[in-house]
Design a protein around this ligand. Sequence first.
Ligand code: HEC
Ligand code: HEC
Length: 250
Amino acid sequence: MNRSWKGITSLLTGATLLLLIPVANADGVEASERTDSWKMTQGGKIYDNWAKVVYADTSQFDTHPLYPKEGKKSGATTWRCKECHGWDYKGADGAYSKGSHFTGIKGLRDMVGKSTDSIIEAILAPSHGFTEQLIPAAALSELALFISRGQIDMDQYIDRATKKAHGDPQKGAAFYQNICANCHGYDGRLLNFDKAPKKEFVGTVAQANPWETLHKIRNGQPASPMVALGMLSIQDQIDLLAYCQTLAAE
Ligand code: HEC
Ligand code: HEC
């Protein structure tokens, strides 16, 4: 088999496999048996894109009422928590302090350690636009647990100016090859997140947006079979991120 055919076959196998893997449905686990660790990463996925996790169709949504007029985004994407509060949970004080995602809205770092009840109350504040019809009660409490105990201070692990992770890529390689490569390929180029011929791979995202990548390493990818590694030590996660930054960007 020549090289390009091999590439196409492995791409097709990857794509077919992904279609065949069902996305885990928490209904199979008694509520009392769901660990806090699982609930926190589930909350992280909700923070990333709640509509995908609760299977809501937000495609026709108008721009969120709190989204600033001068902001560069519109429609459904302005309803994602991360769009206003940031991948680093620091809002206007973090990576979204400038650029196409700037909103000037504060982050959620003040909520660390707060009771989930008080966080749910803040999420459901009338001006905030969210209701239990949009985000059901169980999802709200997972989201609140994530905000109280699942978020981290990303500036401790990622240099804001250079975007470099403070990790050892050689240590991270073992995690990548044993876990991530199964879906993303050893060189990270098996799954393209953009529409061909444009290219966006693990390496592309890890270099351009290490905060998003770290969030996804910890919490997984909404509505996909991707794993969540929030229960590894933070240094293991950062070593893995550092290795992802060495993968091909295109
Ligand atoms: C369109 C922008 C926008 C989106 C989307 C958004 N928020 Fe907010 N959020 C705000 C604004 C504005 C405030 C008020 C900040 C202030 O008090 O200055 C706020 C406040 C909060 C607070 C209280 C923070 C504090 O320190 O008092 C929490 C918690 C919160 N949001 C969580 C969320 C969650 C969870 C989501 C996703 C379900 C979300 N937000 C989506 C704009 C947004
Ligand atoms: C079981 C398969 C699977 C595993 C294992 C897996 N992923 Fe993923 N990952 C996916 C899928 C599917 C997507 C979504 C692809 C898409 O939206 O086109 C994804 C998306 C991503 C994205 C972001 C895409 C975006 O929205 O920009 C990153 C970054 C990522 N994975 C990194 C990793 C890392 C790092 C690991 C190892 C810890 C990993 N993945 C393990 C299946 C997997």
